[in-house]
Design a protein around this ligand. Structure first.
Ligand code: PEP
Ligand code: MG
Length: 926
């Protein structure tokens, strides 16, 4: 005989099992051991190890390892001694539950068997113990069915059939209406079902029942459900190998009014308040609480009904928290005045409760600041920063898009930016701007809207980026929606919504709803500020904000940004008041005309920058020179063609009107008639219309000249600054003059100028030459130099490859990972997320969406090379990231590893990034 297996211990009493060894005892078993050993009153029991399971499954005849049943019998005797009851004793029967439990929680495995140990004799003992025949027979028929199904493989339908037959006979609709006699009949019929199906009588010997149950638990590890589950969730043997079996003494909460059952959290999971939170039922079993047959009472009431139990529950709460140092969600049963803890686990809480409990537990000395930070997933903070859909609201989404900017909002649908402005700003309505996709010229519509919905575009599309910057919800790329701007209607499958109809969007999930769904307001609590201050103490990455306007900058400060890492200047160009000047500059045929328009833009830009500097003083403000292709500021070609057709029609009409008024003046010569005709002539001045036509034609010509098949890879960024130097020169002048003006007023400013889309040092040198010349002029004019930095975006693959050369000119690098991801994958950032990326993610060709989670293996590798090579040339070069990944926790951890100095993200994302930066620093320390 194999002596090794004899000497191996397979069965562990709760007092002796190692509560940390989940691999050997399973999660549940280890937890029961730990609870017992810290002095909680857990019903006595023991665990049969996962090693026994693996040995059993390996044995050709599926036999339990030698000695296991001896150990089990010995443990049962210990249970008998502890409880004073006897396993199989008809006078005072000991009953147990049998449960599976592996190192990972796995719903694919065996269900729990309750009341094991019941047979026709012990049943009478149970009835005597409880004084309740109905309860006794109910327990018995449940045991036969569960044991029959999970341990003996009898199909449920066979039991259901008998159950329904008795109900019919008794003319009873609900189970609750069955009498003890009915339940007795059911259990007798169930025994017959088992015998007929298995060919053997239902096992009456409790030890035989136990052995069968143990084997059934072990077998369930290789059951189809469990195998499929492990495959689906990638549970490897390393994570969980085999299941343990937990055998636990049954305790009953339904043995009279000195018994009961309940569930509780050691603190309030909704608010974090340091007070026991939960509910209970007297004279009831756990099932009654779950099934909702009776309404449980709030835990406070227990103080009146059972003061001693309430005191013991407080004691239990203190023990749980001081041991686990985490909020616990636990189950308890009171059996005849004795409190048992059946289960405990870390409590799941909302963000507000997580933050409050982190801060309070640190103050109570339960956890350190580092633990307080690490127990909160940074993304969870979003709940505290944006309105959410009320979790209690039940609503069916009509469409699903990309969750492009978090938060939820309701409002009436409008289909263009002007209308949004009119309804939102002027008429004070709450509106949701619905577009196929948005363009820079829609910006005024963003300001006036509660949220943005587009049917095209990805998470780095214009709509997504701008909405995130403003902290407004956005659902992008909801391709199930067809937007018909002309009819002012959107079609979603069978339904549709028109302008003026209320819709709700949830930018956190990407869902779109018809009608108004209630929302819950965010809560930026004082505890959150405390927690984030601790985060800043440990973080080494600085967190800056992407902010384009003074309002954005103010919100960046509110959220704790240490500077602006990216101000996209195109937002300023799109202000409705100055867009006409920008258009004038673009359509200008000569450089003199262009300069004239730029001269008008200069003071406007200067004041934009001055305001940004003032708000952020003394923090750095990084301004990016113009990036998008300039045709984006012009109207769409088709729109211009349509407008020209209208204008030409109007020109004919006005000519006709002139003829008409001339004719009429000959016929009606009175003064009054003449005055009316003069007014009419002024109104329909054909010269005005001709002028409008000429302007539109010029614009159309320009739009056609500027047309590019692939504008994203086209005439944009620094290419624009080199072909139209006067645009960049105007911006550079505006930055330096604004800084000089601030300095003159005693305001400390740290402007940084950065150049987009650079791929060679020659481009940077060219722009730097503009900067140097203009700086000289500004120095002369203001009488002092301006303290500024000059740097580059790194968003082109060649820029990474030539980093050592770029660093000769650039004092800082700012990774534009939106474009760099696009360039590295050759995936269009506008289309990929709606077309093939979902399938790539589903079929795990790619694990994540690279526009959301930084692709460490590819894009990250390029970044690391660029940092290394850049530092070889300029060791103190300041390096950061300003793509959308700058606000994403795991990407932030990578930035720390890659040696970056800062991350920059949209203002409302700054708190998430601050906590993630702390996690990254703490992770790096481990
Ligand atoms: C980027 O490309 O990552 C970036 C920040 O610039 P934009 O999104 O404006 O192209
Ligand atoms: Mg870019």
């Amino acid at each position: 005989m194999d002596t090794a297996s004899h000497s191996t211990k397979h069965v562990f009493a709760f007092e002796e099992g190692n509560g940390k060894d989940k691999k050997l005892l399973g999660g549940k078993g280890a937890n029961l051991c730990e609870m017992t050993q810290i002095g909680l009153n857990v019903p006595p029991g023991f665990v049969i190890s996962t090693a026994a399971c693996l040995e059993y499954l390996d044995s050709p005849a599926r036999a339990l390892p030698a000695g296991v049943m001896d150990e089990v019998r010995a443990q049962m005797q210990v249970l008998e001694a502890k409880t004073g009851k006897g396993f199989g004793n008809p006078e005072d029967p000991l009953l147990v539950s049998v449960r599976s439990g592996s190192a990972m929680s796995m719903p694919g495995m065996m269900d729990t068997i309750l009341n094991l140990g019941l047979n026709t004799e012990t049943l009478q003992g149970l009835i005597r113990q409880t004084g309740d025949p109905r309860f006794g027979y109910d327990a018995y028929r449940r045991f036969i069915q569960l044991f029959g199904k999970v341990a003996l493989g009898v199909p449920d339908e066979l039991f259901d059939h008998e159950f329904e037959a008795v109900k019919d006979k008794a003319h009873v609709k609900e189970d609750i209406g069955l009498s003890a006699a009915d339940l007795k009949e059911i259990s007798e019929r169930f025994l017959k079902v088992v015998e007929a199906h298995t060919g053997a009588p239902f096992p009456g010997d409790p030890l035989e029942q136990l052995e069968i149950a143990i084997k059934a638990v072990f077998n369930s590890w290789m059951g189809k459900r469990a195998v499929d589950y492990r495959r689906q969730f990638h549970i490897t043997p390393d994570m969980a190998h085999g299941t343990a079996v937990n055998v636990v003494t049954m305790v009953f909460g339904n043995r009279g009014n000195d018994s009961g059952t309940g569930v509780a959290f050691t603190r309030n999971p909704g608010t974090g308040e340091n007070k026991l939170f939960g509910e209970y039922l007297l004279n009831a079993q756990g099932e009654d609480v779950v099934a909702g047959i009776r309404t449980p009472k709030p835990i406070d009431r227990l103080r009146d009904e059972m003061p001693e139990m309430a005191r013991q529950l407080d004691d239990l709460r203190d023990k749980l928290e001081s041991h686990y140092r985490e909020i616990q969600d636990f189950e308890f049963t009171i059996e005849r005045g004795q409190l048992f803890c059946l289960q405990t686990r870390n409590g799941k809480m909302n963000a507000q409760a997580m933050v409050r409990t982190s801060v309070e537990m640190e103050r109570e000395g339960l956890i350190t600041k580092e633990q307080a930070l690490l127990r909160i997933a940074p993304d969870l903070l979003e709940q505290m920063l944006f309105p959410r859909l009320d979790p209690k609201a039940r609503a069916e989404a009509v469409a699903q898009g990309l969750p492009a900017s978090p938060g939820a909002a309701s409002g009436i649908a409008v289909f263009d930016a002007d209308r949004a402005e009119q309804m939102g700003r002027e008429l004070g309505q709450k509106v949701i701007l619905v577009r196929e996709e948005t363009k820079p010229e829609d910006i005024h519509g963003f300001f006036a809207s509660e949220g943005i919905l587009t049917s095209r575009g990805g998470k780095t599309s214009h709509a997504a980026v701008v909405a995130r910057g403003m902290g407004k919800p956005c659902v992008a790329g909801a391709e199930g929606i067809v937007v018909d701007v002309n009819r002012r209607e959107a079609y979603v499958g069978e339904t549709s919504f028109r302008e003026g109809q209320v819709i709700t969007i949830d930018g956190t999930t990407g869902k779109v709803y018809l009608g108004a769904i209630p929302t819950v307001e965010p809560d930026f609590s004082p505890e959150l500020n405390t927690l984030l201050a601790w985060a800043d103490e440990v973080a080494s990455l600085e967190v800056m904000a992407n902010a384009d306007t003074p309002d954005d900058a103010r919100s960046a400060l509110k959220y704790g940004a240490v500077g602006i890492g990216l101000a996209r200047t195109e937002r300023m160009f799109n202000d409705p008041a100055r867009l006409p000047i920008v258009i004038e500059m673009i359509v200008a045929d000569s450089s003199e005309d262009r300069q004239a328009a730029l001269d008008r833009l200069l003071p406007l830009q200067r004041s934009d920058f001055r305001e940004l500097f003032e708000v952020m003083s003394p923090r750095p403000v990084t301004i990016r020179l113009l990036d998008p292709p300039i045709h984006e500021f012009l109207p769409d070609e088709h729109q211009l063609e349509r407008e020209l057709i209208e204008l030409r029609r109007l020109a004919e009409t006005t000519r006709g009107m002139v003829v008409l008024s001339g004719t009429m003046s000959l016929i009606h010569a009175s003064d009054g008639a003449r005055r009316e005709l003069d007014a009419m002539r002024r109104m329909i001045d054909p010269a005005l219309v001709e002028d409008a036509i000429a302007k539109k034609e010029t614009m159309l010509r320009k739009v056609r000249v500027l047309y590019e098949t692939n504008p994203m890879l086209g005439h944009r960024g620094v290419r624009l600054g080199i072909t139209f130097p006067e645009i960049y020169q105007m911006q550079i002048r505006a930055i330096l003059e604004a800084a000089a003006e601030c300095a003159r007023m005693g305001i400390e400013v740290h402007p940084q100028i950065k150049v987009p889309q650079v791929c060679t040092a020659q481009e940077l040198k060219r722009v730097k030459s503009y900067v140097d010349t203009i700086h000289e002029e500004v120095k002369q004019r203001y009488g002092h130099p301006v303290n500024f930095k000059f740097g580059t975006m790194i968003e082109v693959v060649r820029a990474c490859m030539r980093a050592e050369s770029l660093a000769e000119v650039a004092e800082f690098f700012s990774f534009g990972t939106n474009d760099l991801t696009q360039a590295t994958f050759s995936f269009s950032r506008e289309d990929a997320e709606n077309k093939f990326l979902p399938l790539y993610n589903q079929s795990t060709i790619l694990q994540d969406n690279p526009f959301e989670v930084l692709d460490v293996k590819g894009v990250g590798k390029l970044m690391k090379l660029a940092v290394e090579w850049g530092k070889q040339t300029r060791p103190d070069i300041h390096v950061g990231i300003c793509g959308e990944h700058g606000g994403h926790p795991s990407s932030i951890a990578f930035c720390q590893e890659a040696g970056l100095d800062y991350v920059s993200c949209s203002a409302p994302r700054v708190p998430v990034a601050r906590l993630a930066a702390a996690h990254a620093a703490l992770g790096a320390k481990l």
